[in-house]
Design a protein around this ligand. Structure first.
Ligand SMILES: Nc1ncnc2c1ncn2[C@@H]1O[C@H](COP(=O)(O)OP(=O)(O)OP(=O)(O)O)[C@@H](O)[C@H]1O
Length: 915
């Protein structure tokens, strides 16, 4: 082989070998890279798997969180919705039928018709499972006839959210869809509306041409009481016209431009003068053009006036305030206010509950309207006593049947009121209501009451402090109760008012003014309240033809005539003013009482031809400020003011505001025996060395102040006191009062006292008096001759004694010792007083005193003062100067006192109790 060939071969070999080596190296590198790449891939893919797992876990966790939040949130929302629904539909508005009962509310509530089916009722995590059959709670297969069970109490259970609709004070309801279910919905709504309002406050009128009222059969018990009425098949037009008429009237006279709706009126005044009128139109068919336009009017403006429509089977355009209910079984029902949410409608009310409730309402309505509360007459708490009585006293007395407030004024015209109403018709209640309305508006500086009740009982006593309640009505200055036998107290009140009238007239003259308003303007510092004197059963005061009646009528006439301009107003009340002769015989007097108030069936208080009182419902009154002229009649429904609790709440409120100087009123209770220890006059007595005019108190006068009757035993002829009559206790009480009051004015040495007891029955009383007077002498039948001998000598002495001697004789007519003793007593009686020797004796008869004085023809002027008990007026004439005898018919625990040195006529007194 040639060199060159070999070389070439070598060269090629070398080349090949180099190429092989290079290929080898490349292969190895490639293999390494492959290995590295595989390792990298394995790492990456491992990491990817881990991350996916982590991501999945994170995703699951997040989903779990979202689920939990959703559950909680939904439950909270459902809970809030349920709570809001409870508030919107409390009590009978939302209660399920199985536990339903009427619960009248003080506002119109929303009414339950079923329950909302909320999406996905939350189930506690993690067991919660989706219902396979859709997003809505509740089993779709269940029918509405099975009432939902009340929500279980378990924490995890979602609260049920009721489906509510608004009817009363808000709008109207239109029910469409399934007929039977629709009937149940209407029945449920009506029952809830009835059950949430006071009986009679919702009135139903049914129009059911197809079933002739059958659609409302369950409500039939309401019909006799007028709570449910029916319109005949042809009467839809008149029915709608009537409702439109109500809307117009209410707008014009009740809302009267002041309020936009009855709801607003109620919120502002707490009064609801009109019932809600709910017209139930079941299947109206085709409406005429007129009917359609009336219906549209009502849909637009009825609700503001409490006129509402519940319509089934009649197409109605959606307008604000109208709620549409589509009746359907299961979850296919809808209520427009709930949007698209499905609703499960409640079944109809249980027939037994429906009937029982309707009966109950009918009975309550038949029994009369529920009383209106006294509060309705009062201004807002905290705004009391803001009115000025300068020109008048004005207060509301209730609402008229049309809903307007009836205000009553006492002023220059009308100045005085006459109230009449047969027993039990609410006369006293009327007076309470009026007083409450006035007292809450006018402060005690603006208004003062003087109250007198001639009825048996203590109806005005509540205004004065009592044992149970220490409060009093701050405006009341005087209360007289149980005065039916003490007509003198009525006279005393009239005399007092006459005095006040004089005082005001003098002040007016001084300020050159003519009436109270001007006087108050001229004398701003003066306290000139308007005075209102109320006399219940005033005919007692005027009955009879005696001096009391005669003076009372004269005083009344003067007060009525002149009191008007001086702010003194009289309110006279009576069961039957027609029988009051004294009144009707004085037309001028009656004419002053131009404010006339008649309670149901009151006779003659209004004008002769005005019969308005005959047809008044219970708890109503006719108020007439024009002497009873028929055109001035205003009917008012009077609130209940008799309730003690309600009254006390007001009285306490005003009492706490009383001015500090305002003490309690004087309470005169004719049934209570006054106590000497409480007599202001007795308490005011102080001992002194030698009072020139010692006062013997004898009892309490029947007067507006608790004044004691007194006789002054100064050194002068005739200054002896005789107590006449057989009543032992009263005679002893008078002598004890006289003795104790005299003793209270002397120091122990300042006067001599001798007690003589000649009647064993009086011994205990005489001894009790003897024990109370220090250094007092004691005499009886055994030793009275010593005293008389002594006293007769004293009485005939040349000079007056240096200190007075008071001889108190129990049963002076039983004096032993025959003529001699009688003569001595006569001497003492005749001559003693001038020498400061005074006899205070009890004779058990007027004739027996005459015997002591020397017989029939003897003079009686030795007895300057006397207290007669059960002695007839005619027997007293010898001791009563002037013509005739005092007018006195004895009565228990009353006496007639006469002191010829000061009295023109005798006065009735009440002996003080012995304690
Ligand atoms: N407006 C009213 N609202 C509710 N109850 C009333 C009303 N008016 C009176 N009553 C009640 O009727 C009853 C009789 O009332 P009241 O005592 O006022 O009548 P009267 O006419 O004064 O009767 P009498 O003269 O026999 O006392 C009382 O129980 C009272 O509570």
């Amino acid at each position: 082989m040639a060199e060159s060939t070999r070389d070439r071969v070598m060269e090629i070999r070398a080349g090949l070998s180099h190429a092989l080596g290079a290929a080898q190296t490349a292969l190895e590198r490639a293999q390494q890279e492959e290995t590295a790449a595989v390792a990298h891939w394995e790492r990456v893919s491992g990491a990817a798997t881990t991350r996916r797992r982590k991501l999945a876990a994170a995703r699951d966790e997040r989903i779990r969180e979202i689920d939990t939040w959703h559950d909680t949130e939904l439950a909270a929302l459902a809970g809030a919705a349920a709570a809001a629904a409870d508030r919107a539909a409390p009590g009978a508005a939302g209660e399920l039928w199985h536990s339903w009962e009427p619960t009248p509310l003080n506002r119109a509530a929303e009414l339950r018709v079923g329950r909302l089916l909320l999406p996905e009722a939350p189930v506690p995590h993690p067991e919660r499972t989706r219902r396979p059959d859709g997003p809505w709670a509740g089993a779709p297969g269940a029918t509405r006839d099975s009432e939902p069970e009340p929500a279980p109490l378990a924490d995890e259970a979602p609260p049920e959210v009721p489906a509510l609709v608004r009817l009363l004070d808000h709008g109207h309801i239109v029910v469409s869809g399934d007929q039977r279910i629709g009937d149940d919905v209407v029945a449920g709504l009506l029952l809830r509306a009835l059950g949430t309002s006071a009986p009679g406050a919702v009135q139903l009128v049914g129009y059911d041409p197809e079933h002739l009222g059958g659609g409302l059969a369950g409500f039939a018990p309401l019909a006799p009481a007028g709570v449910l009425t029916f319109a005949g098949p042809q009467d839809l037009g008149p029915l709608l016209d009537g409702l439109v008429g109500h809307v117009r009237r209410i707008n014009e006279t009740v809302l009267a431009g002041e309020y936009t709706s009855l709801r607003e009126l109620h919120a502002a005044t707490r009064r609801r003068p009109e019932p809600w009128r709910v017209a139930v139109l079941l299947g109206a068919g085709e409406l005429s053009k007129h009917e359609r336009s009336q219906l549209d009017r009502l849909l637009r403006s009825g609700a503001a006036c409490g006129v509402h429509l519940v319509i089934r089977g009649l197409a109605v355009e959606p307008v604000p305030g109208v709620e549409f209910i589509t009746a359907a079984p299961g979850d296919r029902a809808r209520v427009s206010g709930a949007g698209d949410l499905p609703v499960r409608l409640d079944p109809g009310p249980l027939p037994t509950v429906l009937t029982a409730t309707c009966r109950q309402i009918a009975e309550a309505v038949a029994a009369g309207p529920a009383p209106v509360a006294l509060d309705s007459l009062l201004p807002e708490a905290g705004t009391e006593w803001r009115e000025s009585s300068s020109a008048a006293l004005t207060a509301p007395l209730g609402d008229s049947p049309q809903g307007a407030r009836v205000l009553v004024t006492l002023s220059d015209y009308p100045p005085h009121a006459l109230i009449a109403g047969p027993s039990g018709t609410g006369k006293t209640n009327f007076i309470y209501a009026w007083m409450g309305a006035l007292a809450a508006r006018y402060s005690p500086a603006e208004l003062a009451f003087y109250l007198l009740d001639f009825k048996e009982g203590v109806s005005f006593a509540r205004f004065a402090p009592g044992r149970r309640d220490p409060s009093w009505l701050p405006h009341v200055r005087l209360v007289g109760v149980n005065v039916n036998t003490d007509r003198e107290f009525g006279l005393a009140l009239l005399r007092f008012l006459s005095g006040e009238l004089r005082r005001r007239a003098d002040a007016a003259k001084q300020h050159e003014v003519t009436n109270l308003a001007e006087l108050r303007a001229e004398d701003p510092e003066g306290v000139w309240p308007r005075i209102v004197a109320v006399v219940d059963e005033f005919q007692v005061l005027l009955s009879g033809r005696d001096a009391v009646a005669a003076e009372a009528v004269d005083l009344l006439e003067d007060l009525a005539r002149r009191g008007r301009s001086q702010g003194i107003h009289l309110i006279l009340a009576s069961q039957d003013v027609s029988g009051i002769e004294a009144l009707w015989g004085r037309p001028a007097l009656v004419a002053q009482f131009s404010l006339r108030i008649a309670l149901p069936r009151a006779r003659r208080v209004l004008a002769e031809t005005n019969m308005a009182a005959d047809s008044l419902p219970r708890y109503h009154a006719v108020v007439n400020a024009d002497s009873g002229a028929a055109e001035a009649n205003r009917v008012v429904r009077v609130p209940a003011a008799g309730d003690r609790d309600q009254w006390s709440a007001l009285q306490h409120r005003l009492w706490r505001r009383r001015p500090p100087e305002q003490g309690p009123p004087r309470l005169f209770d004719g049934d209570v025996v006054p106590r000497l220890a409480e007599s202001p006059d007795f308490r005011g007595l102080r001992p002194s060395e030698s009072p020139a005019a010692p006062i013997a108190l004898l009892g309490e006068t029947i007067d507006v102040t608790a004044r004691s009757a007194r006789t002054v035993l100064r050194r002068a002829p005739g200054r002896n006191i005789a107590v006449l009559g057989t009543r032992l206790d009263e005679a002893c009480a008078v002598l004890a009062t006289a003795g104790r009051s005299l003793a209270a004015q002397f120091t122990p040495e300042g006067a001599r006292f001798s007690v003589v007891c000649l009647d064993p029955d009086a011994r205990a009383a005489a001894e009790a008096l003897h024990a109370r007077i220090p250094e007092c002498g004691w005499y009886d039948g055994e030793n009275v001759d010593w005293l008389l001998e002594d006293a007769a000598a004293e009485a005939t002495a040349a000079w007056p004694a240096d200190r007075p001697h008071f001889i108190l004789i129990y049963a002076a007519d039983a004096l032993p010792g025959g003529r001699a003793a009688a003569e001595q007593l006569r001497t003492v009686l005749r001559q003693g007083p001038e020498r400061r020797l005074h006899v205070l004796g009890w004779w058990r008869g007027a004739g027996l005193l005459r015997d002591s004085l020397g017989g029939h023809a003897s003079r009686t002027d030795a007895i300057g003062a006397w207290v007669a008990l059960d002695v007839h007026g005619s027997e007293l004439s010898p001791y009563y100067p002037g013509a005739g005898a005092p007018n006195w018919y004895p009565r228990p625990w009353r006496a007639l006192h006469f002191d010829r040195s000061v009295h023109r006529g005798a006065e009735v007194i009440i002996p003080y109790g012995t304690s």
